[in-house]
Design a protein around this ligand. Structure first.
Ligand code: AGP
Length: 362
């Protein structure tokens, strides 16, 4: 119950939950470690993943965005093909399923009706499902064959923050452990890398004034705002845009850098804020090329890059972390920028208009 969870000295749950992210990372590392100190998950989940020929991730909103990142982990590490679907579209646009599908439902609350409808549907078809949720005993957890918990503690703010990073960390663990069980161990030390992530998250949470400055410089009067990125950064841009629109009511969209010239660039006017993420070495120069294109049309750019890839044009440089795991840290500036934009525009940060924490109707 929201009233039982104290905000403490925090003015809003959202800010408290953003700050909890380093702790949640450390809790997740602990929760998924066995006696030998190795990452581990339930044997029946490993078996189910091993037996399947394709994984279908189904989710809504922020959880869907985490699923997009999770697909990359599972395909990269465990070499199993993955599709990610928006739950509300799944029954109309059901893909041709593979012979041995495994379904993964990602849901902070475990109560989202759109996701549950798909779970009921695929169970009737005789398929197995794993739910990744923050709430033990939730509907989606009870009704699935398997559950992995997020260990993020109650998330009260309507805008999801710590659940997103927890979902990504748990998906990384799932990918890593199943990769090892398939003999695909490439020496990637995920415990060590997640420890570095937790420290980097702390650094970012200690840099709040920077993000408040960015919000007050770029967003106080704007009608819209664009987020651009390529590869992993694109997925984080989708999440950054969702955060901004739900709590600040600024019309925001996340785009793949390469898609700009196929239409969106027509929207750029004098002063349009464009927040660009540059955390991936292989696309660093192409995303910077996209920034030049929007600047030439009057955009006001804010580049957030990762240490090692930065240039003098950048507004903020993220601490260096493993390239595969950058979504865990690049999202934090976007969460904080959305928070301060909402605050400065006088919006209700924790309870934005028209929205419910969990959407229990289809
Ligand atoms: C995120 O900030 C949202 N408020 C929303 O998109 C949310 O992620 C979505 O409704 C899914 O909820 P769930 O994870 O509890 O299923």
């Amino acid at each position: 119950d929201a009233s039982d969870i104290e905000k403490g000295t925090y003015p809003h749950y959202m800010l408290k939950e953003i700050d909890e992210q380093p702790l949640v990372m450390r809790k997740i590392i602990q929760a998924y470690q066995n006696e030998k100190g190795d990452l581990d998950i339930a044997e029946d989940i490993i078996e189910a993943v091993k037996e399947c020929d394709r994984i279908y991730i189904v989710a809504c909103g922020t959880s869907y965005h985490a699923g997009l990142v999770g697909k990359q982990f599972i395909e990269n590490m465990a070499k199993i093909p993955v599709e990610v679907h928006v739950a509300s579209e799944f029954s109309y646009n059901m893909p041709l399923l593979s012979e041995k599908p495994l379904f993964i439902f990602i849901s902070q609350s475990g109560e989202t009706a759109d996701s549950r409808a798909v779970l009921v549907q695929v169970k009737e078809m005789g398929y197995k499902a794993l739910t990744i949720t923050n709430v033990p005993g939730s509907t989606l957890s009870r009704e699935a064959n398997f559950t992995m918990l997020l260990h993020a503690g109650p998330e009260i703010a309507v805008a999801s923050t710590k659940a997103y990073t927890a979902q990504i960390a748990v998906l990384a663990i799932l990918a890593n452990v199943t990769a090892q069980s398939r003999g695909l161990n490439d020496g990637f030390d995920l415990i060590h890398e997640l420890g570095i992530i937790a420290n980097a998250m702390e650094t970012l949470c200690d840099s709040k004034e920077e993000f408040e400055k960015i919000a007050s410089e770029f967003l106080p009067f704007t009608r819209n705002c664009f987020f651009i990125g390529r590869s992993f950064d694109y997925f984080v841009c989708l999440e950054g845009a969702l955060k901004l629109k739900e709590i600040s009511y600024i019309q925001a969209e996340g785009f793949a850098g390469g898609e700009l010239k196929h239409g969106t660039i027509a929207l750029i006017e004098d002063g349009t804020p464009v927040i660009a993420l540059a955390t991936q070495e292989n696309v660093n120069w192409s995303i910077r090329g996209n920034v030049k294109e929007v600047v030439a049309r009057g955009a006001n750019p804010c580049i957030i890059s990762m240490a090692g890839l930065e240039t003098n044009d950048d507004r903020f440089v993220l601490p260096a972390v493993n390239e595969l795991l950058t979504p865990l840290i690049s999202v934090i500036p976007l969460q904080l920028i959305a928070y301060y934009a909402s605050l400065h525009r006088g919006c209700d940060v924790d309870k934005p208009r028209n929205l419910a924490k969990s959407v229990t109707v289809e």
